[in-house]
Design a protein around this ligand. Sequence first.
Ligand SMILES: *Cc1c(COP(=O)(O)O)cnc(C)c1O
Length: 368
Amino acid sequence: MVSLIDLKRQFNTIKTDILAEVEKVIESGHYILGTHVKKLEEEVAERLQVEEAVAVANGTDALVLTLEAYGIGSGDEVVTTPFTFFATAEAITRVGATPVFADVDEKTYNLNPECLESKITSATKAIIPVHLFGQPANMDKINEIAQKYNLYIIEDACQAFGATYKQRQAGHLGDAACFSFFPTKNLGTLGDGGMIVTSDKRLANQLRTLRVHGSSKKYFHDRIGYNSRLDELHAAILLVCLQKIDEWNANRISLAEKYTASLRHVKGITVPFVSEECKHVFHLYCLASPKRDDVTAFLNKDQIATGIYYPRCLHLQEVYQHLGYKKGDLPVAETLSEELFAIPMHPYLTSNEQNQVIKAIKKAVNKL
Ligand SMILES: *Cc1c(COP(=O)(O)O)cnc(C)c1O
């Protein structure tokens, strides 16, 4: 079977370095908010050219804490995309605000600025664009709208570490940005982790308080907070991964180029569009086909794994029924949820495996 992702293969390439770092953490006797977390925050901030980075327990918390630090809650609205992982909207609901969904662009699959503006009301406080599958959203237009209506922009960059928009790093394209270090993300650890980056020092200070029970001085509490910290162990592992991320992203990009060159002329299949303004880091490589079920069934029979991101748009989720959306409201996102499928993509996919995937897709399409 050619798998979608092979974390074991990936982590084995840096196992010795990781074990040495884990040993150092054990020997340090310091396991929460110590030197490794601080170093990781500094390295990420420098890389992304932002003033501040605050490590937290996971990407979902990164979003929740940022919304809360901005004072967003009950009665407020936050506009986002319906075509993303559930956590993007869940975080908005979690702080008591209402997610408002705007349709996506049919080429990039990211928030469509033209659909976004008409969703803004006097209750709107922020926009959360998601850099889906590793490609940044159309940030100039989104920033223009945010400025016009005085809204915060919180990037959901959970799938896009190292991606760029007009030569600027994802994470440096709004007021604050959230990353996830879940193992399958393009920068991931051996467990959960997350981070917020920003150049707003006040926000960063509030986030540092929120992640430790609303306390800026130990045992003195200014507000109700969370227990949401990144462990020293994960910070140490991520410092090792950080040295590899450029190589890993470059591998993903060259694999994507080969897929696209080999599949762009295959009838009935749409390859990913990469904007000239962006470096797309291909957290996922997704094809589109109106006959997705047939194509993926053929591929699976040929020992090629496939994945579906995402089979149901967020505005049509059971839990959001009360928001009153119906099928047909956001047609571009809905079509994507019916047509897209991911094929194997990870930094250590071999060219033999990739050739096997390409051959199987051509064969599958011929049989339709
Ligand atoms: C993974 C992901 C999250 C959540 O991150 P966790 O670390 O799993 O909590 C949020 N948004 C997007 C777009 C993601 O892909």
